[in-house]
Design a protein around this ligand. Structure first.
Ligand SMILES: *[C@@H]1O[C@H](CO)[C@@H](O)[C@H](O)[C@H]1NC(C)=O
Ligand SMILES: *[C@@H]1O[C@H](CO)[C@@H](O)[C@H](O)[C@H]1NC(C)=O
Ligand SMILES: *[C@@H]1O[C@H](CO)[C@@H](O)[C@H](O)[C@H]1NC(C)=O
Ligand SMILES: *[C@@H]1O[C@H](CO)[C@@H](O)[C@H](O)[C@H]1NC(C)=O
Length: 299
C-alpha cells in the first residue's frame, strides 16, 4: 500500500494527458534511460540486502542503524522503478525491463563503497539529463527523484563512511553516454525486447587504484593512435581540470591535477578543453578522493 500511495501521489505531478501520444519527442527515451538506472539501483540494493544480514553488517563493524536505512533506500529505488514504469505506460511508451547485473562486492564494506559510487552517478545522471527533458512536468518529477538520490549519496558518504557529504558547490552533470559507460561495466545483458536507449558506452578507462592528486597515475584505455596529444580531463564539483597523458610503449600515465578532490570523473580527451561528447576518447572513470572537515585529503 505504501508504495502504491507514493506512486499515486507523485504521479499527480505528471499529467500524462498533457502529451498527445504522437508528440512526446524524446521524453520517453529519456525516461527509459532513467528507468534503466533505477532498475540497476533497485537490483543492487535488493540483492545486497538479501546477501547480507543485520549480523553481517555488525560483523563488518557497521552501527546497527545502517542496514535499516539501506532497506529504506531499497524501497525508494523500487518506488522510482514503479513510478517511471507507470509514467511511461501512461505516455503510451514501452518501459524497459531490468537487465542482469554483475555487482563486484564481496562483503558489506565493498557493498557500501559501490553504493556510494552508484548514488553519485545517479545524481550526476539526473543532473545531466535535465536539459534533455522537454515536458516541464517530467522535469519536476525528475527533480524530486534527483534530490532524493543526492540525499542517499550524502548519507552513505558522511554518515556511513564518515567522509565528505559533498564534493564542492556544484553537482557534475554527466551526459547519458558517460553515465552508461560506468553503468554498462556492471551490466551483463539486457532483454532484446527493450526499446533502444539514447546512450552508448564510450571506450573504457581505468585509473590505477593508488592514484592521488599531485601524483602520477597509471591509466588503462585503448589508444586508437588517432590523436597526437591526449589529456586526462576531469569533471569535478569544483570545476574542470586537465593534464597531458604520456604514452611510453604500453605505459600510459598522467599526473592527477593537484586541485581535484571529492568524487570526480576522469576522461581521456583529445584536447584540454572542458570534457564534452566532442572531445571524449575514453571514460569516464569515477575516482574518490575523500577529504576531511579541514579540506585536506583523507588517507
Ligand atoms: C549476492 O547474491 C547474488 C544473487 O543471489 C549472488 O550471485 C552473489 O554471488 C552474492 N554475492 C555475495 C558477495 O554474497
Ligand atoms: C581512429 O582510426 C581508426 C583507424 O584509422 C578508425 O577506424 C577510427 O574510427 C578512428 N577513431 C576515431 C575516434 O576517430
Ligand atoms: C592546454 O594545452 C596547451 C598546449 O597543449 C597549453 O598551452 C595550455 O596551457 C593548456 N591549457 C590548460 C587550461 O591546461
Ligand atoms: C559538439 O560539436 C557539435 C558539432 O560541431 C556542436 O554543435 C556542439 O555544440 C558541440 N557540443 C559541445 C558540448 O561542445
Amino acid at each position: 500500500m505504501k508504495s502504491f500511495f507514493a506512486v499515486a501521489s507523485l504521479f499527480l505531478l505528471i499529467d500524462a494527458h498533457v502529451l498527445s501520444r504522437a508528440d512526446q519527442g524524446t521524453d520517453p527515451a529519456v525516461l527509459n534511460f532513467a528507468l534503466t538506472l533505477e532498475h540497476f539501483e533497485n537490483a543492487f540494493y535488493r540483492q545486497g540486502l538479501q546477501n547480507f544480514s543485520e549480523y553481517d553488517f555488525k560483523c563488518a563493524d557497521f552501527p546497527p542503524w545502517v542496514r535499516g536505512r539501506f532497506q529504506q533506500i531499497s524501497e525508494h529505488e523500487q518506488t522510482h522503478v514503479d513510478f517511471l514504469t507507470t509514467a511511461l505506460k501512461a505516455a503510451g511508451a514501452t518501459p524497459v525491463e531490468p537487465c542482469t547485473y554483475n555487482f563486484p562486492y564481496t562483503d558489506p564494506k565493498s557493498f557500501v563503497d559501490l553504493s556510494a559510487a552508484f548514488e553519485t552517478v545517479g545524481s550526476s545522471a539526473y543532473t545531466g539529463a535535465a536539459a534533455l527533458i522537454e515536458n516541464k512536468d517530467y522535469l519536476t518529477a525528475a527533480g524530486t527523484i534527483l534530490v532524493v538520490e543526492a540525499r542517499h549519496s550524502s548519507w552513505v558518504d558522511s554518515s556511513v563512511k564518515e567522509q565528505n557529504a559533498w564534493s564542492g558547490p556544484f553537482e557534475v552533470p554527466l551526459d547519458p553516454n558517460a553515465v552508461f559507460t560506468i553503468a554498462s561495466s556492471f551490466i551483463t545483458a539486457c532483454p532484446e525486447s527493450n526499446p533502444p536507449l539514447p546512450a552508448k558506452a564510450n571506450p573504457s578507462l581505468a585509473v590505477a587504484a593508488d592514484a592521488r592528486p599531485g601524483q602520477e597515475a597509471a591509466l588503462t584505455f585503448e589508444d586508437s593512435g588517432n590523436s597526437s596529444s591526449l589529456f586526462l580531463s576531469f569533471l569535478t564539483s569544483n570545476g574542470p581540470a586537465s593534464s597531458p597523458i604520456t604514452i611510453n610503449g604500453d605505459q600510459k600515465t598522467a599526473t592527477i591535477p593537484e586541485s581535484v578532490k571529492g568524487t570526480v570523473f576522469a576522461f581521456v580527451t583529445n584536447n584540454n578543453e572542458t570534457v564534452s561528447v566532442n572531445n571524449t576518447v575514453a571514460g569516464p572513470a569515477l575516482i574518490m578522493f575523500p577529504f576531511g572537515p579541514d579540506g585536506k585529503l583523507l588517507n
